[in-house]
Design a protein around this ligand. Structure first.
Ligand code: NAP
Length: 259
């Protein structure tokens, strides 16, 4: 399926690995030129080279922490007028809310709420002027079904979702859409790290725990980054201009609601 976005430019944040990389690769397969970011330069350059080799598109790698003003400035200097913006960053740590300080909260809000809002603010008016824009925020299934030990994530990401619900209705008349993609369990380094951490606590091997967790999902498996990337590219397609302010849950059916 040709999504009609060949020749467009995307800024894909936090994209050297995992879900961000999946989005970058799926967009590149559609002929979208990329600027990708991550903190670690080596893995980022390797991903940029891999995407260039697989797709032949132009890929610029900008190393930096996207949750800092400097990181965002560097990304925007390399990509001042993106047609497509994919907001992503690492998630906050788990814990007990009684132990979280004001600084912990500000860090979570900076990373998972204010950073995407800053990047939207910096790019959305250009998209409106050019009459095309697609913004996808990678959040979490926790927006729909909170995860008890991830209170920092539940709070910050839901704040972003509420903000976007308002502005997504203001930009769509200009063919600029803003949507959320809500991952459930996807097979990434982050998921594997969490499994290793929890397996140790439960006296299991990471592989055993992975099997238990995958079997507990209605799909009997974890999602793949390719599936996630292709859903992201679909939301960025030329014909997706009537979809805005939505939150697409990708969790293999784990959320038990009718709607
Ligand atoms: P991952 O496999 O660990 O990949 C994270 C990517 O983001 C890496 O490229 C990492 O590179 C980059 N990154 C992290 N923090 C960054 C920062 N501050 N600035 C720039 N780049 C940064 O993680 P993932 O599974 O793809 O998760 C992506 C997001 O989805 C996270 O917020 C996560 O909480 C959320 N999520 C994931 C799942 C899942 O099952 N995988 C489920 C729900 C929510 P560097 O470390 O080099 O910066």
């Amino acid at each position: 399926m040709d999504l009609g976005i060949k020749g467009r430019t995307a800024l894909v944040c936090a994209a050297s690995k995992g879900l961000g990389k999946g989005c970058a690769l799926s967009l590149a397969k559609e002929g979208v030129g990329l600027v990708i970011t991550a903190r670690g330069r080596e893995a980022l350059e390797a991903t940029a080279a891999e995407i260039r080799r697989l797709t032949g598109v132009r890929v610029t790698a900008v190393a930096g922490d996207i949750t800092t003003a400097e990181g965002r400035a560097a990304a925007l200097a390399a990509c001042p007028n993106p047609d497509i913006l994919i907001n992503n960053a690492g998630g906050p740590p788990p814990g007990d809310f009684r132990s979280w300080t004001r600084e912990d909260w500000l860090k979570a809000l900076d990373g998972n709420m204010l950073t995407p809002i800053e990047l939207i603010k910096a790019t959305v008016d250009g998209m409106i002027a050019r009459k095309f824009g697609r913004i996808v925020n990678i959040t979490s299934g926790a927006v729909k079904m909170p995860i008890p030990e991830l209170g920092l994530s539940n709070g910050a990401r839901t704040g972003l979702t509420g903000f976007v619900a308002g502005i997504a209705r203001q930009t769509v008349q200009h063919n600029v859409t803003i949507n959320g993609l809500l991952p459930g369990p996807f097979d990434t380094d982050r998921l594997r790290g969490n499994l290793a951490f929890n397996a140790q606590k439960l006296g299991k091997t990471p592989a055993e725990l992975a099997t238990v967790r995958a079997q507990a999902n209605p799909a009997k498996r974890f999602g793949t980054v390719e599936e996630f990337g292709d859903a992201c590219a679909f939301l960025c397609g030329a014909n997706a201009g009537f979809i805005t302010g939505q939150n697409l849950l990708m969790d293999g059916g784990a959320f038990p609601g009718t709607l």
